[in-house]
Design a protein around this ligand. Structure first.
Ligand code: FAD
Ligand code: EPU
Length: 337
């Protein structure tokens, strides 16, 4: 374990924010992690566990210890007639893990193809896309408590998954280093093609027989056509969550804005925040090297050189404007560090 000082985090966050980590250490084994705990470093410093850095906004230099997760490995740990249980180390790259499952014809993660980041961060906000969330295939995870060093296992119900939510974003925020996640995948996949453009993309590709691979390909194509590639333009995906509002409020808004984009949700109506932001005139707005993406208003972008504070201020201005225009409170999805 090698602790470095004043390390630039520029290559380690997809917003491409140039901030320094006061202390930085790569965690390549569980022993590295145990060593960090044995030296009581999390008691001495504020800790940031960093996976792919694709859902963080670094506001300024980080005056603590960054634990960059490089844990690797995956294995089948159990099997029944219907299911296979695959355990992946938390530092594995999410999309590579999804591709591995697809190559084995294990079903359940194909709709979540091409989401950036690590396996270990996937439970943090219960990643979701194209009609699936990881809670649908999640079996359990192992996490090491950063103060006690104790390893705990969290089953599905312990994680309190919700829309872009989990116990790790709330009550247990910052307490654990997730070391592995086990998924319960299907040997006889049920294909989910009803969401958004999946079916039309499958038709366009001329797919005659559905497979996890065909769905993954369709999802990847749709995502590439809509979302900016962080390798080209700094971003962290959706900056805001899609808000859920009471049905009565939706009925009123619908009268005023007949083209409003919305979906039924568990406790009300989910509004496409991208629609609200576009309608309010923010889409494509560019400030000094940063702004709102021109094709997807939910994505804030850094064209180069912006600070986390500038991007955060832009998000604050958008939130205030959406509140004033529509009476809806937008919540940020991205983790402010
Ligand atoms: P990081 O950004 O490194 O960390 C995110 C948070 O999790 C931080 O608070 C961090 O401390 C914590 N954390 C990370 N790893 C661990 C660990 N092992 N133990 C404890 N805490 C940890 N998200 C979706 O849900 N759906 C999408 O469709 C989607 N599309 C995206 C598209 C683009 C272009 C981009 C840039 C992002 C997108 N995201 C999406 C957001 C992002 O990819 C996910 O949130 C992803 O899970 C973040 O993984 P990461 O490893 O980069 O996490
Ligand atoms: N829309 C607009 N203008 C825009 C963008 C969107 O009007 O600029 C409207 C359109 O009506 C569109 C609707 O919003 O039909 C939905 O847009 P899209 O399908 O692009 O999805 P989203 O709601 O913007 C959500 C997730 C994404 C996820 C996709 C696909 C959230 C906050 N975002 O985006 O997740 O990939 O659906 O399932 O729930 C992320 O979390 O980082 C993320 C990218």
């Amino acid at each position: 374990m090698h602790i470095q000082n004043n390390v630039s985090l520029l290559p380690f966050n997809t917003f491409h924010i140039d901030a320094l980590a006061h202390h930085y250490v790569e965690i390549s084994s569980l022993d590295d992690l145990r060593e960090v705990v044995a030296q009581k470093l999390p008691q001495k410093h504020e800790v940031l566990v960093l996976g792919g850095g694709s859902n963080v906004l670094l506001m300024h230099n980080f005056d603590g210890l960054v634990l960059k997760n490089n844990l690797s490995g995956k294995q089948v740990v159990n099997e029944t007639e219907e299911h296979v249980y695959v355990k992946a180390a938390s530092g594995e790259v999410w999309h590579e893990f999804v591709l591995y499952c697809i190559a084995q014809n294990y079903g359940g993660l194909e709709n979540l193809s091409l989401i950036p980041g690590s396996v270990g961060a996937s439970p943090i906000q219960n990643i979701g896309a194209y009609g699936a969330e990881i809670k649908d295939t999640f079996f359990e995870l192992e996490a090491l408590h950063l103060h006690t060093g104790k390893t705990e296992t969290f089953a599905l119900n312990d994680c309190h998954f919700g829309y872009r939510e989990s116990v790790f974003k709330n009550k247990l925020k910052g307490q654990f280093f997730i070391t592995s996640v086990t998924f319960k995948l299907s040997k006889n996949p049920v294909f989910r093609t009803d969401y958004g453009q999946i079916q039309s993309e499958l038709d366009r590709l001329g797919v005659k027989e559905l497979s996890v691979k065909a769905i993954s390909d369709a999802v990847c194509n749709i995502r590439r056509s809509k979302l900016p590639d962080p390798a080209q333009i700094g971003n962290a995906g959706s900056f805001f969550k899609n808000p859920v509002i009471p049905n009565e409020q939706f009925v009123q808004l619908k009268q005023q804005y007949p083209d409003i984009s919305a979906y039924p949700a568990e406790r009300g109506t989910k509004i496409a925040a991208g629609w609200l932001i576009e309608k309010a005139g923010w889409k494509g707005k560019t400030l000094d090297g940063y702004g709102v993406h021109k094709n997807q208003a939910l994505v804030l972008v850094n064209y180069g050189g912006a600070s986390g504070e500038q991007i955060y201020q832009l998000s604050t201005d958008i939130i205030a404007d959406i509140q004033k225009t529509f009476g809806i409170a937008l919540e940020r999805e991205v983790n402010k560090i």
